[in-house]
Design a binder for this molecule. Sequence first.
Ligand code: HEC
Length: 212
Amino acid sequence: MSEAPHEAPIKTPAQLIAAIIAGFAVPVIIIILLAYYVNNSTRTGAGTDSLTDAAVGERIAPIAQVAIRDANAPRVYKTGQQVYQAVCSACHAAGVAGAPKFSNTGDWAPRIAQGFATLWHTALTGTGAMPARGGTSPDDYSDYEIGLAVAYMADNSGGKFGDPPVPAAAGAAAASGAAAASGAAPASDAAAASGVAAASGAAPASGAAAGG
Ligand code: HEC
């Protein structure tokens, strides 16, 4: 009648005490670790925490900004290249809507043949799909700067106009600007015409260049 001996893992009182302590301590440690684990991720709030400061700044930035210019400051003219890249290239780089393409001598030869003054005038008044002044305002680009852009385009497309001469004095430039602005009512033609009159009057040299 021998029975299989019962093998209990705990045989001494010391082992019993160790087992009881372990029985409490191990679950407690596991729970603490789990709590750390769950708590560990960075939490973002439902509101602004979810956006970076930069993104928030961008969202709340005012839509309109005011650029203050000193009307009496000596005028700094943009170069023909700058005006071309900022304005004219939108159409003339790819030849949009039949615009004579930049550096395409075939497109430009018949236009160049009209002479610089005519091209300048056309650029100021617009023709067909070509908006007056490339769609800019006289406040942004003066007649002279539009002229520079015309010369830049034409001269990079087979022309030899050279830049139109700088308007005589800052005062004259301001006056012509004012005239253009005041005439800018509906009669944009008149404004442009006056601009060109001033321009061509001021530029006998450009007439000569255009002739050549
Ligand atoms: C919205 C498109 C557009 C922009 C912007 C534009 N042009 Fe034009 N441009 C045209 C088109 C289209 C023509 C061809 C018009 C035609 O021959 O009927 C043209 C023609 C011209 C001509 C030739 C005119 C002639 O007598 O044959 C000149 C010069 C010219 N543009 C200058 C400029 C300058 C300078 C700018 C920038 C300040 C500019 N354009 C910006 C569309 C544009």
